[in-house]
Design a protein around this ligand. Structure first.
Ligand code: 13P
Length: 246
């Protein structure tokens, strides 16, 4: 593949406990022994693990992110919630926002927009997820949906240069299905075309594994991958990174 800088972002979703962190030792070793300038590894564990993980990764090349945050960067009476400032305080540098699993449980573009603004204020880098459902794909609405999610999600945000976009078709998440290369190339190009000046990094997410990576890596406008299931297995995760550069 190309020798450009690639992102490998692990989204652990609601998996993992303190013991799971031991499994990262092999990834830390791998990153030390390789040309880290070529890739960036970011782990987004559940919020319970952000602090212990950021301590563990202190002298390594790996970074830590969160999976969501409240829309207010101020403290407040919001039982069960965590805001961007709190995430920053415990060591997160990134936050995933707009994930379809949260959109499906009620997050609107407007709410996601507020969350993105709050994350930016707290100096977190945003991993902004967008993607169409299967029925939208069947109705050939993919570009329309992507445009709406980008326009509304990033509404009135002037500097989008630090935002990483993750294109995750809803129908590909956890299903083993990935888009046809031609469709994926079109969607990623379309997303990039929505930005006039600084084009953000655009990642692909959805059933990325150590087999289909050989096909995905050939789409050379992809800037990296947001990986769910396969990121919980360090051996597979390392294999994905190695194969991307082979
Ligand atoms: P899977 O890799 O398990 O399909 O999950 C993708 C995802 O939702 C990453 O955010």
């Amino acid at each position: 593949m190309t020798n450009k800088y690639m992102y490998f972002i692990a989204n652990w979703k609601m998996f993992g406990d303190l013991r799971t962190l031991n499994s990262l030792d092999s990834v830390i070793k791998f990153s030390k022994n390789n040309k880290i300038s070529k890739f960036r590894i970011i782990y987004c564990p559940p919020s319970t693990l952000i602090r212990p993980l950021s301590k563990r990764l202190k002298k390594t090349n790996l970074e830590v992110g969160a999976q969501n945050c409240h829309e207010s960067e101020n403290y407040g009476a919001f039982t069960g919630h965590v805001n961007s400032k709190m995430l920053k305080n415990v060591g997160a540098k990134y936050v995933i926002l707009g994930h379809s699993e949260n959109r499906q449980s009620g997050e609107t573009d407007k709410l996601i927009n507020l969350k993105i603004k709050s994350a930016i204020k707290s100096n977190l880098k945003v991993i902004f997820c967008i993607g169409e459902t299967l029925s939208e794909k069947r109705k050939k609405l993919t570009n329309k949906v992507l445009a709406k999610q980008i326009n509304n999600g990033l509404s009135s945000i002037k500097d989008t240069s630090d935002i990483i976009i993750a294109y995750e078709p809803v129908w590909s998440i956890g299903t083993g299905l990935i888009p046809k290369s031609k469709d994926l190339l079109n969607s990623i190009s379309y997303i990039k075309s929505k930005f006039r000046r600084k084009v953000p990094k655009v990642l692909y997410g959805g059933s990325v594994n150590n087999k289909n990576i050989t096909e995905l890596k050939d789409i050379n406008i992809i800037d990296g991958f947001l990986i769910g299931g396969a990121s919980q297995n360090s051996k597979k995760f390392i294999d994905i990174i190695k194969k991307t550069f082979n």
